[in-house]
Design a protein around this ligand. Sequence first.
Ligand SMILES: Cc1cc2nc3c(=O)[nH]c(=O)nc-3n(C[C@H](O)[C@H](O)[C@H](O)COP(=O)(O)OP(=O)(O)OC[C@H]3O[C@@H](n4cnc5c(N)ncnc54)[C@H](O)[C@@H]3O)c2cc1C
Length: 387
Amino acid sequence: MKHSELVARTTNIASEIAAKHAADVDAKSRFPHETLAALKQAKLLSAAVPKQFGGGGAGMLELGHQCAALAQGCGSSGMILAMHHIQVACIARHGIGSPFFERYMRENLVEKQDVVASITSENGTFGDTRSSICAVEITGDAMKLDKDATTVSYGEHADAQLVTCKRTPDAAPSDQVLVLFEKGDYALAQTGTWDTLGMRGTCSPGAKFSGHGGADQIVPGTFADSSAQTMVPYSHILWSSLWWGIAADAIGRAAQFVRAEARKKPGTVPPQAVRLAKVHVELQAMRHNWEACATDFDELGDGAAARDALGQMGWALKMNQLKMSCSEVAPKLVHEALQIIGIMAYKNDSKFSVGRHYRDVLSAALMVSNERIAGKSASMLLVFKDE
Ligand SMILES: Cc1cc2nc3c(=O)[nH]c(=O)nc-3n(C[C@H](O)[C@H](O)[C@H](O)COP(=O)(O)OP(=O)(O)OC[C@H]3O[C@@H](n4cnc5c(N)ncnc54)[C@H](O)[C@@H]3O)c2cc1C
């Protein structure tokens, strides 16, 4: 498949920069600053900003290929890029028409290539992104917010934070809005560490957030809408694409290993080649799953009817199913790569190592718990009738 220039340039950064630093990023649990600097310099961070504001105007399928390409070099970098795009999409799709957000897209996201982080998690809401305890407090044209977050990826390294909270202090927990805070207008006091099994380069410790700004920094509309119409579809499709990228790199290592074995005994097919053939079936199915959802999303277009469709159960179920499927398949694919390669994949200092891949994809099922998602799908399936 011929990729766009955006994806080709990202693929180059993945192999020339991200892959070279991935082991160090993982070992030190440090931010992949070389990769983010390269993306910034190549103006690839504004891929999701519409063309009318100077961005790349990339659709979901192209963004998915971009995240998958980067994740093949470094899973944490792929996740950071995906999370940034998800926040940018919320701003672009729900901030359009607002002078503040339109200026922010042109000046910050496109010209400065700012990086946006996400704070949806909160102590006390137990992983339910559609519920908040904290609330934005508006006084005249100004607003302020305090939030105790459990997990904030690359918060310290970002230029802005997009935060969920209640619309007013006396609003219901699910009556939420998204608020953008720019660097200099907030403090993030780290409350924990980020010494995890995988995705170590995302640098995601808990933090107490305290920020202020203008009331026009509240994303127009409700988070109920921006979540269903944008945050959930972008998250579940882009995450799936990057998990696929991690699995594809692990299986790529298995293929390299099998080819090297074949060269040692010309004329014979190594025994692991059959297992490799079988695992490619699953890899292809996983890819087709996220690509089909991305294509459906792009074909839906963007108008009142599309937004309405995204708010319906059919789309919610499709997104939940994609996330649950890809997050469960990816670790199995990496496990297969480990079985095919054997001890050389188990060793951390081998060129065939898949240890980092394995640990990184284990986060997939937890990153919004599959059990929680399955619970929501179960309730919908009680009343949903497919066409
Ligand atoms: C790599 C990574 C990066 C992240 N980055 C960010 C970030 O940048 N910003 C941010 O805000 N958050 C971030 N998060 C947090 C993430 O979005 C989730 O909020 C968090 O992973 C959920 O935490 P939890 O497992 O305690 O949640 P919970 O959903 O409370 O799950 C806890 C346990 O309860 C079980 N459970 C929950 N609901 C049900 C149910 N209905 N039925 C049965 N069992 C259930 C689950 O199986 C799980 O074992 C990140 C997480 C990861 C892994």
